[in-house]
Design a protein. Structure first.
Lengths: 366, 347
């Protein structure tokens, strides 16, 4: 596939691996922020190409992992309400909540549909006005513009029975929480390319300066990741802490005016709990009052009784880079992909699921 | 009914009494059922056993016999490269072949949804008959039930297959050093059906690989290839088959990912939809585990059937059930069973 193959070129990958080895004189810990980047690291086994001393910490950027159980409980309760169709992204269906996931709700008769775009949910609401259509919208700033566009389109179409259950989260506030914790040991960051495609890099310069760490806005292909890591290490070795854009084919420093505008018009910033990390000030986006009638939380009253999270789960420490999943006493014992204690074991790009597999691999004779 | 495959243009050779659609009476066992059996099923699936018109078929088979049973449902019923009728026959025949058995006898059971166009049913049953005859199998018994409109996806078919075993193939025969061969590009069927169902516009048409692999398996046996196990990578795709075999055989498998044939249209579609082609279903491919000294010969034979057949990996000592995919970067990942269906990811 053009525009993709060249970013998966093994020769280029090995050249970058050599560049990283040449630049590295001491151990460094680098966090990649986004779940998509974690996925690429695991999918291509890129950590194998890095020198011993380079540690990669998988950050909080998997929206599936950080969505609190209470939010999924609400989605399940809404989906189980008579006359409701719940639309959402595919990977939300299997995330365990207090009383089962959305797939289980579907098996009990709830109408839960997978969409690739919220506009499909708007179209369904237009074609079937006899039912309430709810789009369960999760994700960082990347998916927020599409949700905003859906709300604006629903308003323009005069739809009476379309709403959004918004569980949007913002990257910079959660980075502040992680980096502000004195126990956190992270030397450099690979920022999420698509979040910055929308938002630009303006929010990151103060973070880089305050915490004196390099931030490289990085893409999602293997060559992107390796180049992002190389540029982060080169900054670290040179004692620099700047914001650089590796993912220049998509990211402009100012971001996308259209996408930012849509978010700005439809959403406002609010405090929000993250699964495993607790309350993050200004960590989320909620619908503005002007769009209250498109807000599923305000529109559909449901009783949500969420169970307390399992105290054996140490996902919060994993997401902070304080605990390596391999050192967690529950890994592979009380906590497996089939019976996860916490979200990082659920998603295939969750850090615990990745390490659970990694351990199996280590047992193979070399 | 979900499908609009009322192919009125495709005339049917025989009239189906007063109905042009399936009605509940067709499952009632009375005249309507009889008319359906005689004019439609028996016409397309004719065999001496069916002509006996008995409650069951009486056959004699000597030696070890393989039996397999499988249910089939697909939406849409007709898709580029195939249809439910041929799919049901091929799926069953392929399972027999993977047991080292010849495809000989089939029984078919239909669950029809009220309202299904009889021309659609006739087309599926004809396709089924053609597929069976092409591999030398015959349908010896059948059944039809009808469910109310809205209670089924048009047609469900379940097929049972029987055949005499030539040489028992089993994962337990797998040895360290065995070479893993796949008989052609993977993922065509899953993507073809997904594209047809969701009306995804990709610019290139992708046809299902639906077909039989029995001829290839028997050719390998005819030529004396030390074939240890054969498995068709249907649901869950190539990765799932490798993990299952590694677990049953108690071995590890190292897969050379760049050697796995994937059509560019399929890998492009997977890229766009966030799917991994290694987990996408095939319906006309087989994964072969062959003794290393016979690998070249097996590959040459497989390429006579499908030029893209490829050597993709090797069995190694190591933890039972571990499948490692090595990529072009020298990195590797562990392939596991999916927890469910592959779902498009957010990010």
């Amino acid at each position: 596939m053009r525009y993709v193959d060249e970013l998966r070129d093994p020769k280029l990958a090995h050249a970058l691996s050599s560049r990283i080895r040449a630049a590295t004189t001491r151990p460094w810990t680098i966090m990649e922020v986004c779940g998509g980047q974690t996925h690429t690291l695991a999918r291509y086994g890129l950590e194998e190409l890095l020198p011993e001393g380079i540690t990669i910490v998988h950050g909080p950027g998997c929206p599936v992992c950080v969505t609190p159980a209470a939010v999924i409980d609400r989605a399940v309760a809404i989906a189980c309400t008579a006359g409701v169709v719940l639309h959402t992204y595919g990977d939300m269906l299997r995330v365990p909540a207090s009383h089962g996931d959305l797939l289980a709700a579907r098996s009990r008769g709830a109408d839960v549909r997978v969409v690739l775009s919220p506009l499909e949910a708007v179209e369904a609401a237009r074609l079937d006005p006899s039912r309430e259509h709810v789009f369960f919208s999760v994700g960082f700033e990347t998916t927020a513009p599409a949700a905003a566009a859906a709300v604006e389109l629903a308003e323009a179409l005069g739809l009476e029975r379309f709403s959004v259950l918004a569980a949007h989260v913002r990257v910079p506030p959660v980075l502040e929480v992680l980096l502000g914790d004195p126990r956190t040991r992270i030397d450099g960051l690979l920022a999420a390319g698509h979040v910055c495609t929308v938002m630009g890099t303006g929010e990151y310069a103060p973070i880089a300066a305050r915490h004196r760490l390099p931030i490289v806005v990085t893409g999602f292909e293997p060559i992107d990741l390796l180049e992002g890591i190389a540029r982060t290490i080169e900054q670290l070795e040179a004692g620099r802490s700047e914001v650089e854009i590796q993912y220049a084919r998509a990211v402009r420093p100012e971001g996308s005016a259209g996408a930012r505008g849509a978010i700005e018009r439809v959403f406002e910033v609010a405090d929000r709990p993250f699964r495993g990390l607790g309350e993050v000030p200004a960590g989320g986006l909620v619908l503005r009052d002007r769009f209250a009638r498109f807000d599923a939380t305000r529109r559909i009253a449901v009783e949500v009784a969420s169970a307390e999270p399992d105290t054996r789960c140490r996902a919060g420490e994993v997401l902070r880079g304080l605990l390596r999943p391999l050192d967690c006493p529950e890994l592979g014992k009380g906590c497996t992909p089939e019976h996860p204690l916490g979200a990082p074991m659920v998603s295939s790009e969750g850090a615990c699921a990745a390490y659970h597999r990694h351990r199996a691999r280590k047992e193979l004779p070399r | 009914m979900s499908d609009t495959d009322d192919d009125a243009g495709l005339g049917c050779p025989v009239p189906f009494s007063q109905y042009d659609r399936v009605v509940l009476a067709h499952g009632g066992g009375g005249r309507a059922t009889r008319s359906l059996v005689e004019s439609l099923f028996r016409a397309a699936l004719d065999s001496p056993e069916l002509r006996e018109d008995h409650d069951g078929a009486i056959v004699s088979l000597e030696g070890p016999v393989a039996i397999t049973t499988d249910g089939f449902t697909v939406r849409p019923l007709f898709f580029p490269g195939g249809d439910l009728g041929a799919l049901a026959v091929h799926g069953t025949v392929n399972d027999l072949a993977c047991c080292g058995a010849r495809p000989e006898l089939l029984t078919v059971s239909f669950v029809l949804e009220e309202g299904l166009a009889l021309t659609t049913l006739a087309r599926l049953v004809r396709s089924m008959g053609e597929a069976a005859r092409a591999v030398g199998a015959r349908v010896i018994a059948g059944d039809t039930k009808v469910v109310e409109r809205g209670k089924g996806d048009g047609v469900y078919v379940s097929v049972t297959g029987l055949g005499r075993v030539r040489r028992a193939l089993s994962p337990r025969n797998v040895r360290d050093g065995d070479v893993v061969i796949v008989s052609g590009p993977v993922g065509d069927h899953g993507i073809a059906v997904l594209v047809a169902r969701e009306d995804v516009r990709l610019g290139t048409e992708i046809a299902s690989d639906q077909g039989e692999i029995a001829s290839l398996v028997h050719e390998l046996l005819d030529e004396g290839v030390a074939l240890h196990v054969a498995r068709d990578p249907t649901r869950g795709g190539l990765a799932t088959v490798l993990v299952e075999i590694a677990r049953t055989a108690g071995v590890s498998i190292v897969l050379e990912e760049p050697s796995v044939p994937v059509r560019s249209a399929v890998s492009d579609a997977c890229e766009l939809l966030g799917l991994d082609p290694l987990y996408v279903a095939c319906e006309g491919r087989v994964v072969l585990f062959v003794a290393p000294e016979h690998a070249e010969r097996a590959l040459a034979i497989a390429r006579r059937f499908q030029p893209d057949a490829a050597r993709i990996g090797v069995v190694t000592e190591g933890p039972s059930g571990l499948v490692l995919a090595k990529n072009a970067f020298g990195g590797e990942r562990v392939l596991e069973l999916l927890s469910g269906e592959q779902l498009p990811r957010i990010c």
